[in-house]
Design a binder for this molecule. Structure first.
Ligand code: 1GP
Length: 242
């Protein structure tokens, strides 16, 4: 089935999903075989590829290489329309609804649409909400938008619900890569209980307990970037020490 159908099925069956996020700018090419091995050993169900900057030119090569040895769906998580590769399986078609920068609400999407039409990528419309997480994150800096305040739960919920009403298929609550504080659990709970589409949560989750708490609060898919990037044995060591 399609990537989205599988995510929907997981939500309705309460199976939890896990994405490892790889930033092409941070890949050490010499180590790629080992990295893919670790992904295959991990509980990940998806590989997300992206980053706020992505200046690297290895995007196509990286995805081709991953797909040689890894059967997980590869989903683009782009920071810019230049970060599209027809070698992936799908793309999160993000609209940064937490901000008011027209480029990130609709401009980049207009740029990307004709490119995506030339590919077979599964395009998954995603309401992307950046949540305040301590210090400024790359998403905030690059998009020149303000995150939603952590304690303004009403505004976060209204934004997520607006995304659903606009036709988004997923909601992504994002604290930002390497965030000091992850998305608050009560926020995950409020949004998951008051929307009907699958919920992705990521940013600043650094241990197994953080992953489990996000799931228990209602996240359907958790994204792990930095923790795995720093230590490709992350999932092994976490499960043993649990
Ligand atoms: C960032 O949500 C992802 O877009 C992952 O964040 O790098 O903090 O795991 P981390």
């Amino acid at each position: 089935g399609s990537i989205y159908q599988e995510i929907q099925a997981a939500k309705s069956e309460n199976w939890k999903l896990l994405a490892i996020l790889l930033d092409p700018d941070k890949i050490i090419w010499e180590d790629i075989g080992n990295l893919i091995y670790k992904i295959n050993q991990s509980p990940a169900t998806h590989v997300f590829i992206g980053g706020s900057l992505v200046e690297s030119t290895i995007l196509d090569d990286l995805i081709i290489r991953i797909k040689q040895d890894c059967t997980l769906p590869v989903v683009l998580f782009p920071g810019h329309p230049s970060q599209i590769s027809s070698h992936a399986d799908g793309i999160l078609f993000l609209s940064l609804l937490s901000g008011r920068n027209p480029d990130y609400l609709a401009g980049h999407q207009v740029q990307a649409a004709p490119i995506l039409k030339q590919t077979n990528l599964e395009v998954i419309s995603t309401a992307y909400l950046l949540i305040e997480s301590g210090r400024e994150t790359a998403v905030e800096r690059v998009s020149k938008t303000k995150p939603l305040e952590r304690n303004n739960l009403d505004l976060v919920l209204a934004t997520a619900q607006a995304g659903e009403m606009l036709g988004s298929k997923l909601i992504y609550l994002e604290a930002g890569s390497g965030a000091q504080k992850a998305v608050p659990l009560e926020m995950i709970q409020l949004v998951s209980q008051n929307t009907n589409i699958p919920l992705i949560v990521g940013g600043g989750i650094i241990d197994w307990q953080g992953i489990q708490k996000a799931y228990q609060s209602g996240a359907d898919l958790v994204v792990i970037g930095t923790a795995f990037e720093k230590d490709s044995d992350f999932f092994n060591s976490q499960k043993k020490s649990k």
